[in-house]
Design a protein around this ligand. Structure first.
Ligand code: NOJ
Length: 556
């Protein structure tokens, strides 16, 4: 008998949910990068109404929750991660009422909503920074070095390039680990703590189900702000504890927020969560952020950065699962986001690998985040003209690697692929989504799009892929449907099964997942009945042929 399939055959209905306590432990959460998702008003920039109108698409895709990137009042010096008013919606994206309506509409569809919170820094247009007296208490100002204070207070570099300090008219300097328009807050000041707790309550009262905590490893700086004494700091981010990243003191903040989130949720019979965007040097240090009294999830960037090799993938999966299990937390997998090269391009420019990597990720125990457009197999856009670029790192001579951790620069790209997208900057993964039609803006909105879309995306639109069983969109839909239906997926046990070199085989209750990381077919005894595969798998009598760069789920 020969079987070929890329879409699911009927699977047994799950008798129960099989899920541990906590919706977030195995949730699939879809990142909406708002300005590039869907535009309702024709200004070429995605907005809250556009996103609300597309919620049925996300429901149909099969995700559990949506994470919205910042839509707060902001001069947009860093795509909204420079917040001037944490309680106001930027007119670019709509109104507070639009946010309210989006949250309600999502809940009506059974989707939860997570919003960003940006506590390491504000915009320089924030009223606190605009008031010289307040600013000196609530941000990090220091006198300069040198005879007349003309040198920065220490040798720290901004992750976007250049010194992490800017001198004021008054002659002192303020710290900004990111752009000069993003001054770092002084978390030694209790008023800063109180303000962020109030901001969280504001959005919780509007109904959000959690927060993605930006730079969750950054708020606390080492006492005395000591020099690093190393010329290439970008290489050290995520590789070691730095005086400004992953300081032990950040954990007290996360503990306080966990008390707030638990208290708020308990009083209302719901679970509201925090997810850390934290760059820690090891799986063990990352696990500290998800101890039972800290945040619920932390993005696993070590998995994202793993090369497409079976041994490397297996060891990063083992290390991640062991570290999070040691604190009783699930692992939170991610392959793409708005800061890194899309994984289709990062994994050697191979859609086959990207599809296989996604099926692997969705077979692993824990939660997973998807980045808008990966379900369409979108590649990184690598030929944007300089005049349209907006990533502040581009203008400061930095590299995206400094913003988001190691592994996104061309040097450390897996397989030597040009993983830096466009010179390592981040606009290439932020190009607006193609929804329908043959020409830009492909149904993104009634106007154009803030970044130009490639002329050859007509075949990648949602409309073009819908209903085509070979499409990446239908692969994602099928995988998410199976994940919901099969009790063995999501949270729960996993173990490795024997497999030939270059192949991974992992078992979940009732299911086996094979991943062939080699560029050619591998034959092996058929482990069961194929349920879903990223590429057509054949089973002849008792022998399965796994296509190169493929992942298959088998019912066992
Ligand atoms: C991480 C965000 O994802 C990124 O886009 C931003 O530039 C930095 N944090 C600074 O807020």
């Amino acid at each position: 008998m020969t079987q070929e399939l890329t879409s699911p055959s009927p699977a047994p209905q799950a008798p129960g949910t099989g899920r541990g306590p906590g919706w977030w432990r195995d949730a699939v959460i879809y990142q909406v990068y708002l300005r590039s998702f869907a535009d309702s008003d024709g200004d070429g920039i995605g907005d809250l109404r556009g996103a609300r109108e597309r919620l049925p698409y996300l429901k149909d895709l099969g995700v559990d929750a949506v994470w919205l990137t910042p839509f707060y009042a902001s001069p947009q010096a860093d795509g909204g991660y420079d917040v001037a008013d944490y309680r106001a919606v930027d007119p670019l994206f709509g109104t507070l009422q639009d946010a309210d309506e989006l949250i309600r509409a999502a809940h009506d569809l059974g989707l939860r909503v997570i919003v960003d919170i940006v506590p390491n820094h504000t915009s320089d247009r924030h009223p606190w920074f605009q008031d010289p007296e307040l600013a000196r208490q609530r941000y990090l100002f220091r006198p300069g070095k040198g005879e007349s204070g003309e040198l920065p207070p220490n040798d720290w570099e901004s992750v976007f390039g250049g010194p992490a300090w800017t001198r004021t008219d008054r002659g002192d300097w303020y710290l900004h680990l990111f752009a000069p328009e993003q001054p770092d807050l002084n978390w030694d000041n209790p008023e800063v703590h109180a303000e962020f707790e109030a901001i969280m309550r504001f959005w919780l009262d509007l109904g959000v189900d959690g927060f993605r905590v930006d730079v969750a490893h950054g708020m606390i700086k080492a006492p005395g702000l000591p020099d690093i004494g190393h010329g290439a700091q970008a290489q050290l981010i995520g590789a070691q504890v730095l005086p400004f990243f992953d300081q032990d003191g950040v954990h007290a903040i996360h503990r306080a927020w966990r008390r707030l989130l638990d208290g708020y949720g308990d009083a209302r019979g719901k679970q509201v969560i925090g997810v850390a965007e934290a760059w820690a040097p090891s799986a063990e240090r990352l696990a500290l952020y998800v101890r039972p009294d800290e945040l619920h999830q932390a993005f696993n960037f070590q998995f994202l950065n793993a090369p497409w090799q079976s041994d490397a993938l297996r060891s990063v999966i083992d290390a991640s699962l062991a570290a999070t299990a040691s604190v009783g937390a699930p692992t939170t997998w991610v392959l793409s986001n708005h800061d890194v090269v899309r994984h289709t391009t990062r994994l050697g420019g191979s859609l086959a690998r990207a599809r296989a990597a996604t099926l692997l990720m969705l077979a692993l125990p824990g939660s997973a985040y998807l980045y808008q457009g990966e379900e369409l197999g979108l590649p990184e856009v690598t030929d944007l003209p300089d005049e349209v670029r907006q990533d502040p790192a581009f203008f400061r001579g930095g590299r995206a690697t400094g913003a988001v951790g190691p592994g996104t620069d061309t040097e450390s790209a897996p397989d030597g692929a040009a993983a830096g997208g466009q010179d390592g900057f981040r606009d290439g993964c932020r190009v607006p989504l193609p929804w329908s039609g043959e020409l830009p803006p492909y149904g993104f909105g009634p106007g154009g799009s803030w970044l130009p879309q490639p002329a050859d995306w007509g075949g990648l639109t949602v409309a073009a892929q819908t209903g085509d069983p070979a499409s990446t969109l239908e692969l994602y839909r099928a995988a998410l449907e199976l994940r919901r239906r099969l009790p063995g997926l999501g949270d729960g046990p996993m173990s490795w099964a024997p497999a030939p070199d270059g192949v991974l085989a992992l078992t979940r209750p009732g299911l086996l997942c094979t991943v062939n990381t080699l560029g050619h077919d591998v034959g092996l005894p058929a482990p069961g009945t194929p349920l879903l595969s990223s590429a057509p798998v054949t089973v002849d009598d008792a022998t399965a042929q796994l296509p190169g760069d493929s992942c298959t789920w088998w019912a066992i």
